[in-house]
Write a protein that binds this ligand. Structure first.
Ligand SMILES: C[S@@+](CC[C@H](N)C(=O)[O-])C[C@H]1O[C@@H](n2cnc3c(N)ncnc32)[C@H](O)[C@@H]1O
Ligand code: SF4
Length: 289
């Protein structure tokens, strides 16, 4: 396995309109307050990291689409890089105009789908499901490639059956994410085993991707459920670096792990100094935090 970060996770804001009870908020402490990232700062970072061989940019947050500059960043990345571009969002800020702009790029969306029905959705997020439903209509209208994701938290499993039914019916894909938290307590391990057994008993085809990191159940109409392994569960440093991500926060601090308190300020540094900081961090990251 390659000892190399291939993904760059850009957190363009730490602001979110939802309040998901299990949210790790990408490791931001509740006290962390930052202005949203500007497109100029994003471009400066991207120019600096160009020689480092990243293959994918993942925009996340908070909810990245609450920062209007994020769509400018997506368009810049589409025009100026050949990286895969992914946007993680709850969908609440996807308007017809935003969807039309994203639809003109190669970006794909990974949309958080915690429940299929209003009451369950509100219980998890504190908000109505209607903006999510509208967002999915816009994604279909502009043919924006998208997958959904569901966090396997023991206290929030009510919605899973409905979500899987809807996703398969629509011939789409859902990624099941192990719940992770600071301290790596692995509290979803039992849920992961139960969900695996249930999916194994369905009339679907089972296969594996990415060196067994992803288990895929493909249903008769092409709809898919994917269970993603988390490196945090085994503190697997090779998986973490091979499939994991280097992270840049809205205030331009660099972080090797969402649960790591150590962060390195990139603001005001030259492109060479930024590359140097990343290389030193990469080389010194040999064990889980
Ligand atoms: C923190 S959210 C930010 C982007 C956006 N607001 C969203 O919900 O997709 C990024 C991703 O983390 C997932 N997530 C949130 N809390 C999690 C947790 N404790 N463990 C695992 N995944 C989590 C969400 O489902 C989402 O796919
Ligand atoms: S929508 Fe995303 S960032 Fe917002 S609270 Fe939920 S998981 Fe966290």
């Amino acid at each position: 396995m390659s000892d190399h970060w291939k993904k760059l996770r850009i957190l363009t804001t730490n602001h979110c309109s939802y309040n998901c009870e299990y949210c790790h908020n990408e490791g931001h402490k509740p006290s962390y307050v930052s202005s949203p990232m500007s497109c100029d700062d994003f471009v400066m970072i991207m120019e600096a990291v160009k020689p480092l061989g990243f293959e994918e940019i993942i925009f996340s947050g908070g909810d990245p689409l609450l920062n209007p500059a994020t769509v400018d960043m997506i368009e810049w990345a589409d025009n100026n890089t050949d990286h895969k571009i992914t946007v993680e969002t709850n969908g609440s800020a996807v308007t017809d105009e935003i969807a039309a702009r994203i639809g003109n790029t190669r970006a794909m969306l990974n949309v958080h789908y915690p429940a299929a029905y209003e009451n369950e959705y509100r219980l998890v997020t504190g908000c109505s499901i209607e903006p999510f439903t509208q967002a999915v209509r816009f994604l279909d209208k502009y043919r924006i490639p998208h997958v959904f994701n569901f966090v396997l938290h023991p206290d929030h499993m009510e919605g899973l059956d409905g979500v899987i039914d809807h996703v398969i019916e629509a011939r789409k894909q859902i990624e099941l994410l192990p719940y992770v938290e600071s301290g790596m307590n692995n509290i979803s391990a039992g849920i992961i085993r139960r969900v695996t057994d249930i999916l194994d008993s369905t009339s679907s085809q089972k296969s594996f991707e990415d060196d067994y990191r992803i288990t895929v159940w493909t249903f008769g109409n092409g709809g898919k459920v994917k269970l993603i392994k988390s490196p945090c569960y085994d503190r697997d440093i090779d998986m973490c670096k091979g499939f994991g991500e280097l992270r840049i926060l809205p205030d331009l601090t660099l972080q090797k792990c969402r649960f790591d308190d150590d962060s390195i300020k990139l603001g005001g540094l030259s492109p060479e100094e930024i590359r140097d900081k990343i290389n030193v961090l990469r080389d010194s990251f040999t064990t889980c935090i």
